[in-house]
Design a protein around this ligand. Structure first.
Ligand code: SAH
Length: 515
């Protein structure tokens, strides 16, 4: 088994990782760590697209099922694939909804890996067994209600002739029962429990798409639940909770009471802001889908960039003004050199902590960090630290950048070279599947945080559904929307990300109040 914090990472390890129940915030830190270094990710139907986003863009992503009957990859083929990929020396992440060892066949996969001599690690996840009820305001245990919790599957191995579930014991068991899968079997399961003497008035709740913005909860009792589910068309995936604790929901429901609960919001993603907006909107209860409008691409002249990187050791200073620039630099650097010492004695400056963290990730120290994390701050710090006159400086920058540093340093007598490491270009693909979902399911709100986001979004030529409300961060962005003939329904009063989220919240609060 690999140990944590040891370098280098043992090759060919297979990680059996729990992705949690759906909310991307319910991923463990360990899961994020191993995803970040994955070469291949094999994922399930219940794994959130955003969680996959923790894997490097270069990592291979393989969808392996399963949506009930439609098993994308049969289990034995999947096991063989895990063994094969790990055997090629790759870091393989097998990402499974919830916890890998709770009705996830993770035990079988681990067994196959052990038999094949493949090193593996299990990263437990938050199981929908407990998280689903929790998000519906149902604690699976409670001192006043029960001291026993039984977890069972409603969907047994269809190849087995007889049920291995002992309904007699199940019906007699005290406390809470949680059933995974088997929404389609509910009539049979409840009938068996009632036949074995279970109280027909026992409260039952089903929580569907738990912990996501699409969560739905249905509450009934043992005698009626199957009929209610049938009538309402309530489908899987759902967790079924049976027991007195269901009654606590009335008091403890919290997630479904949030102001944007049940609203689907598209965040058009520009640079780093999207993450912050999505987190805030999710906290308000919305279902959020991020639609990227830009992506990072290699510079127009890669050869020139390569030459600058090759000569980096000849400069006095190396300046980094973005984490992307650091990645682009070191990717190129290690294509050219095999030894970190080839960087020489050049001093390294970073514009802010995010960039500095990236540099440290390549095991290099940062010599200078400004007090204010903008180009002006970096310039000021460089100028005050020592004389830059006649110093040679290599600035690793994106194609699109203000020339504050170049100009300021040159004026102070430095000899500045600018290495264009990458550029941002409009995203025309659908890397997260958000565009396809938007086409199929529409949305309640779409957010725009810049006029370039408006421009790139319009370039996609997507049709806007009738009910869609348009939210803008401020007058400039609104202007861009209006000149494209669109109506702005929501405009932030404070022109920043929290302001935009607040405006959407207020819009729906007023709608509810009938203002
Ligand atoms: N290993 C998973 C369970 C896999 S079995 C875990 O620990 O959660 C698949 C079943 O899990 C589904 O049929 C459903 O019963 C349940 N499930 C998983 N995610 C769910 C979600 N977000 N909402 C409701 N049920 C979910």
């Amino acid at each position: 088994m690999p140990e944590r914090d040891h370098d280098p990472i043992p090759p060919g390890t297979c990680y059996l990782v729990g992705a949690g129940p759906g909310d991307p915030g319910l991923l463990t830190l360990r899961a994020k760590e191993v995803l970040e270094r994955a070469d291949v990710v094999l994922y399930d139907y219940l794994c959130n697209a955003e969680i996959l986003g923790h894997a490097p863009a270069s990592a291979e992503r393989i969808y392996v099922g399963k949506k009930a009957a439609d098993h994308a990859v049969p289990q034995d083929e999947l096991n063989a694939l895990l063994v094969k990929l790990s055997g090629e020396g790759k870091t393989v992440v097998r990402l499974k909804g919830g916890d890998p060892f709770v009705f996830g066949r993770g035990g079988e996969e681990a067994g196959e890996l052990r038999a094949a001599g493949v090193p593996f690690e299990v990263v437990p996840g938050i199981s929908s067994t407990v998280a689903g009820p929790a998000y519906a305001g149902i604690p699976v245990t409670h001192r006043d209600h029960c001291s026993q919790l039984t977890i069972f599957t409603g969907h047994e191995d269809p190849t087995k002739a007889e049920s291995s579930l002992d309904y007699k014991k199940l019906a007699a068991a005290d406390g809470t029962k949680v059933m995974l899968m088997g929404v389609g079997q509910l009539a049979r399961v409840t009938a068996e429990l009632l036949a074995e003497g279970a109280d027909p008035e026992t409260p039952v709740a089903l929580v569907r798409w738990a912990t996501t913005g699409r969560q739905q909860t249905l509450v009934s009792d043992l005698a009626n639940v199957a009929r209610r589910v049938e009538e309402s068309g309530f489908g899987s995936p759902a967790v079924t909770v049976i027991g007195g604790v269901v009654g606590l929901r009335e008091e403890l429901s919290w997630f479904e009471r949030r102001p944007l609960f049940g609203r689907r919001v598209i965040v058009t993603r520009t640079r780093s802001q999207a993450g912050q907006l999505s987190v805030r909107l999710r906290e308000l209860g919305a279902e959020v889908d991020e639609m990227p409008t830009i992506r990072i691409a290699p510079p127009d002249d890669e050869l020139e960039f390569g030459r600058f990187v090759q000569d980096a050791h000849t400069y006095d200073w190396l300046l980094f003004t973005s984490p992307n620039g650091v990645d682009a630099f070191f990717e190129m650097f290690y294509k050219i050199y095999k030894d970190a010492r080839s960087i020489g004695g050049v001093k390294i400056a970073a514009v802010g902590p995010g960039t500095a963290k990236k540099i440290k990730g390549y095991h290099l120290a940062v010599d200078l960090l400004p007090d204010e994390y903008v180009a002006e701050g970096l310039l000021e710090k460089l100028l005050e630290t020592e004389s830059v006159e006649n110093e040679t400086v290599l600035w690793v920058r994106p194609k699109e950048a203000r020339d504050v540093l170049g100009k300021g340093l040159t004026e102070a007598g430095a000899i500045v070279d600018q290495a264009i490491a990458y550029q941002t270009v409009p995203e025309t693909g659908d890397p997260t599947g958000a565009v396809a979902r938007f086409r199929e399911e529409g949305a309640d709100v779409i957010t725009f945080a810049s006029s370039s986001a408006v421009e790139h979004f319009l370039d996609r030529g997507l049709e806007l559904p009738e009910r869609l409300k348009i939210a803008s961060i401020g007058p400039v962005t609104s202007g861009a929307l209006r000149s494209a003939g669109l109506e702005v329904d929501i405009e932030a009063e404070r022109h920043d990300i929290p302001g935009l989220a607040a405006a959407i919240e207020q819009y729906y609060a007023e709608l509810r109040a009938g203002v």
